[in-house]
Design a binder for this molecule. Structure first.
Ligand SMILES: Cc1cc2nc3c(=O)[nH]c(=O)nc-3n(C[C@H](O)[C@H](O)[C@H](O)COP(=O)(O)O)c2cc1C
Length: 209
């Protein structure tokens, strides 16, 4: 399938087949694609929380406005933003880049200082929003990877982050649930798959200047 065909095949799956599981290899590929997402300054202010345990996935349903996807899907990928992006985190990221790129220790100190200035000038709320923006780029990468692999998914903002944080013990990990992607295989009787895709014509969506 080419990319357009894959993306036309994808839809926000409402009903998953609970008997089907995503293979560990495919799951790994999907997460690798997510990890290759671009992020502001390359700081990757997020982590993946992959929930496979059926009992925990079931617990998420009432805090997902009773949407059944977390329980029926094969895995629930919670993209959680880091709440610990501070000067030390940024210095460590710069050190890691120096290491990966074989640079002298301290070579990126100036750049780190610039990043620290930009990030620490934001208040806590602004920093959370900044990190959440990155998580949506990750979400898009994950969804595209799934579509290419013929794996179904449903992007979900319809959940209560504080309750996800509690159930998944995210506060203790300095994480906050940002957006959720149940992945798996569509149920044969998910009515949604028969609905025509609704998109405005590209010509109405684009300005060439
Ligand atoms: C950020 C975001 C949040 C969404 N939240 C939900 C959700 O909580 N539950 C749901 O069933 N669909 C959710 N959707 C799916 C959209 O309703 C769906 O993508 C849109 O109607 C277009 O349909 P399609 O993806 O099937 O082409 C969400 C989509 C996005 C991008």
């Amino acid at each position: 399938m080419d990319i357009i065909e894959s993306l036309k095949w994808r839809y926000a799956t409402k009903k998953f087949d609970p008997s089907k599981s995503v293979s560990p290899d495919d799951l790994q590929t999907i997460l690798e694609v997510g990890n290759l997402a671009a992020t502001s300054y390359g700081l990757q202010p997020f982590q993946f929380v992959v929930v496979s345990d059926p009992a925990i996935r079931q617990q998420l349903v009432p805090f997902s406005y009773n949407q059944p996807q977390p329980a029926q899907a094969s895995h629930v990928i919670v993209i959680a933003v880091r709440t610990d992006v501070d000067a030390e985190f940024i210095r460590e990221s710069a050190r890691f880049t120096e290491q990966v790129r074989d640079l002298e220790v301290g070579q990126l100190d100036g750049y780190a200082k610039q990043m620290i200035g930009a990030i620490t000038s934001m208040n806590e709320q602004e920093r959370l929003l900044w990190a959440q923006k990155q998580s949506y780029i990750v979400l898009a990468n994950l969804m595209t990877a799934c579509a290419v692999l013929k794996i179904d998914s449903c992007p979900m903002e319809g959940f209560i982050p504080a309750e996800y944080n509690r159930i998944l013990d995210l506060d203790a990990k300095n994480l906050h649930a940002s957006v959720v992607l149940p992945v798996g295989y569509r149920a044969g009787d998910d009515e949604q798959q028969g609905f025509a895709k609704v998109r405005k014509p590209l010509g109405e969506m684009t300005h060439f200047v």
